[in-house]
Ligand binder design. Structure first.
Ligand code: 3UK
Length: 526
């Protein structure tokens, strides 16, 4: 349902013309502002100017509009970080379609579900993921009418040829613009529906006014574009201020990220805590030149104060931790360059509001932990065809984050866990139930329970507690076999790092697994 008015909460002063199409603000505006010759993005295979981006966006818009798709049709994108991601995403929006970028690390079963759930009319995928995409297309009863491949060099028939001009289809700040899937502890991923104004709100409120992004910034996000975090860092923020984006189309490791920083000299670097921890280890041997970077950002999971301090010590750079979510689109509580509280998520981003409430929805006294609700102009108002999850998460203008937070006497907000069983591993969602499901499929396993356990750096990793089938011996080779099985059945980052074999799982009288006892580290039988 469209919002009745343009007023979107205190502290927010964004205004949008009637018929606002986000592609006009993020793509076309740079040509009218004389930025056509400026480099918009760089990657391993070259660079593209703002004029070049706009031309390819228009070619994509034309190709999609000529394919018999209807207004509002979804275009699923399983695309690596490369220029084609920009062209397809913005071409779709400009032509009145709804791009749905999804996590490229998922497996065919996940893709099949999302193809079916979104009823996408088109699917664009990078050839690197064909091994999972092809079986997904075969398995899903819904058939996208258009399936297009992006080759390893980033070329794709959607923007190979065709007219390079296109008149943006009028939309509106409240109109559906794009979706991102978000996972929950139980059940399948949910499509969070974002509007045309949402990327403007995050770029302006967090990007410009909190982080201080500028036209002369060069942005490098180790987090991929298909995450809301990476989408902002690596695409919408640079496109909002007329900066330059640096794209890495391979896995972000300490080596690949350091090499990218040395080669492209970004001024802003965006990572996740697990990667900062791995980079710190690598710094024992490597001495990369990070002198171009003026600020680092971390999100996805809480940044331990110790990583903040060691990074500062080793590199001289400040990491700004901030919490965002797929539903909020980007960061809504953040530290700032001149106001950092290590170990905390910082303060509310101006334009957003936060409430910390108890089970009866009353605000808790300052210092006490409660459920974090936020309100702001970028939050999704619904999940696609999921009224129950929508009702549980989107309460009028307020968004239930699912996180527990407390606020200290100076207004700093501290993360103190999830209110569900979800885990963040390397900044990416991981449902313990999904890992348990994969473990139970293995013939050696009778019962499985998965919990999060902090490693030495204070970062959570999945840990499995297993009851084995009769007669199966608990050996190290079985441990390895079970880990291997999980890596194949699930997105690889989800495998349990530790496995404990026990005689029985601790359960309540009603048979519910007592995860808190496992988290406390029940004595393993073996
Ligand atoms: C957790 C954090 C503590 C928290 C995201 C920046 O992570 C993002 O989106 P997701 O939907 O996950 C959201 C959930 O992740 N979380 C994220 N950041 C922090 N917990 N400290 C943090 N700094 O549970 C939150 O509810 O994957 C991050 C920008 C955009 C994003 N979508």
């Amino acid at each position: 349902m469209p919002e009745p008015s343009r007023a979107v909460g205190p502290g927010h002063d964004l205004a949008f013309p009637d018929g606002f199409n986000a592609a006009t603000a993020f793509i076309d505006r740079h040509l009218t502002e004389g930025r056509g010759d400026k480099v918009a993005l760089r990657w391993a295979r070259g660079e593209v100017t703002y004029a070049g981006v706009a031309a390819n966006v228009n070619r994509c818009a034309n190709a999609l509009a000529d394919s018999g798709l209807a207004r509002g049709d979804r275009i699923m994108m399983i695309v690596k970080d490369c220029p084609a991601f920009f062209y397809v995403f913005w071409g779709a929006i400009k032509a009145g379609f709804v791009p749905v970028p999804v996590n490229t690390m998922l497996r065919s079963g996940d893709f099949a579900f999302m193809i079916e759930n979104s009823e996408c009319a088109a699917l664009v995928y990078s050839v690197e993921f064909a091994g999972e995409v092809t079986p997904a297309l075969e398995a899903a009863p819904h058939r996208p009418r258009l399936v297009v491949e992006v080759d390893a060099a980033g070329a794709c028939s959607l923007f190979e040829a065709g007219p390079d001009t296109f008149e943006a289809v009028p939309a509106g700040e409240d109109q559906d613009c794009f979706w991102l899937y978000s996972s929950g502890s139980t059940g399948r991923p949910k499509g969070a529906v974002h509007r045309h104004r949402d990327m403007v709100a995050t770029s302006e409120l967090y990007g410009v006014r909190t982080l201080g992004i500028r036209e002369d910034d060069v942005f490098f996000s180790a987090a991929k574009l298909f995450f809301a975090y990476g989408l902002g860092n690596g695409m919408t923020f640079p496109l909002w201020v007329g900066g330059t984006a640096v794209l890495l189309d391979t896995r972000p490791t300490p080596d690949s990220t350091f090499a990218t920083v040395e080669q492209y000299r970004p001024t802003l670097y965006f990572g996740v805590p697990t990667l900062y921890a791995a980079q710190l280890q690598a710094l024992d041997h490597a001495k990369p030149d990070l002198s171009s970077v003026r600020l680092c950002v971390s999100a996805g999971e809480a940044l331990p104060a110790d990583i903040f301090r060691r990074w500062k010590q080793r590199t001289g750079l400040t990491i700004l931790d901030g919490i965002g979510s797929t539903e909020a689109l980007h960061i809504f509580i953040s530290n700032r360059e001149d106001d950092v509280k290590p170990g905390s998520s910082g303060r509310i981003v101006p334009g957003y509001e936060a409430r910390i409430v108890d089970e009866t929805d009353r605000e808790v006294p300052q210092g006490e932990a409660g459920r974090l609700f936020i309100k702001g102009p970028s939050t999704a108002r619904r999940y696609w065809r999921n009224p129950e999850k929508t009702a549980a998460t989107m309460l009028g203008d307020w968004l239930n984050t699912g996180d527990t937070y407390y606020q200290d006497e100076n207004g700093y907000l501290f993360y103190s866990g999830r209110s569900d069983d979800m885990l963040k591993v390397g900044g990416i969602w991981c449902s313990p139930f999904e890992i348990e499901g994969a473990l139970i499929e293995h013939p050696a396993v009778l019962e499985a329970a998965v919990v999060g356990r902090s490693d030495d750096a204070g970062l959570v990793k999945p840990e499995a507690w297993l009851v084995l089938a009769d007669g199966v011996r608990p050996t190290d080779s079985l441990r390895e076999a079970l880990q291997q099985h999980c890596k194949q059945a699930l997105a690889p980052y989800k495998f349990p790092r530790d496995l404990h074999f026990i005689d029985e799982l601790p359960k309540t009288a009603t048979g519910k697994i007592q995860r808190f006892r496992l988290r406390q580290g029940l004595d393993p039988a073996v």
